[in-house]
Ligand binder design. Sequence first.
Ligand code: 5RP
Length: 234
Amino acid sequence: MSQDTLKLSAARAAIQYVPEGKVIGVGTGSTANFFIDELAKIKNRITGAIASSKATAERLASHGIRVFDLNEVDALLPVYIDGADEITHSGAMIKGGGGALTREKIIAAAAERFICIADASKLVTRLGSFPLPVEVIPMAWKPLSRKLAIMYGGTPAIRMRDGQPFLTDNGNYILDIAGLVIEDPRTMEAEINQLAGVVTVGLFARQGANICLLGTGQGVQTLRFPDQSVQLKQ
Ligand code: 5RP
């Protein structure tokens, strides 16, 4: 079975977590795109969506799904549905392969539940095989590269596209740190987020996924992570 087939099966399974008449949060990436296309089939049952990137906003709008600004919504979103680059058996994730990590983390923090949709290759016992994305203020990328290499021993590289630094939707750069072995993602998330010039690290460990719908060759597995407390949500 292809990876896309597994992503689609996870995306389809997420539809059952979409409540009627609400605004939901929607992520970015190829699995999220499958989800948006499935959401379009039931679009009349929801009020609309908050998009974690310009690309997601465009795809939602192209299906006639109303896109809201997060500040237009007065309560926690019932659910945020998004993919991941890696997810552990306790729900900690690396995200940001698509460069949308900051908006993803903002919307996830404003939602009661994070439903991760992923193909089976994303489930890992330890984070770090996928290079860890860090969104940084452009003037800080070199000093931050040096500092991160000293702190964690990996190899940070600025993300490039078409010979230029990749720019996030927020106008910032991404450092991808390869070669990490992440034993304590919660501590690392807090440490990196405190460095001057860091906008967001793509570790989602302090507020990880509540549920992961994992597309496997034997069907969609539901992994539940009861430790993720809604009390931490804003
Ligand atoms: C985008 C993300 C994506 O969720 C992550 O990169 C997974 O992408 P895909 O579904 O294409 O495998 O964090 O910033």
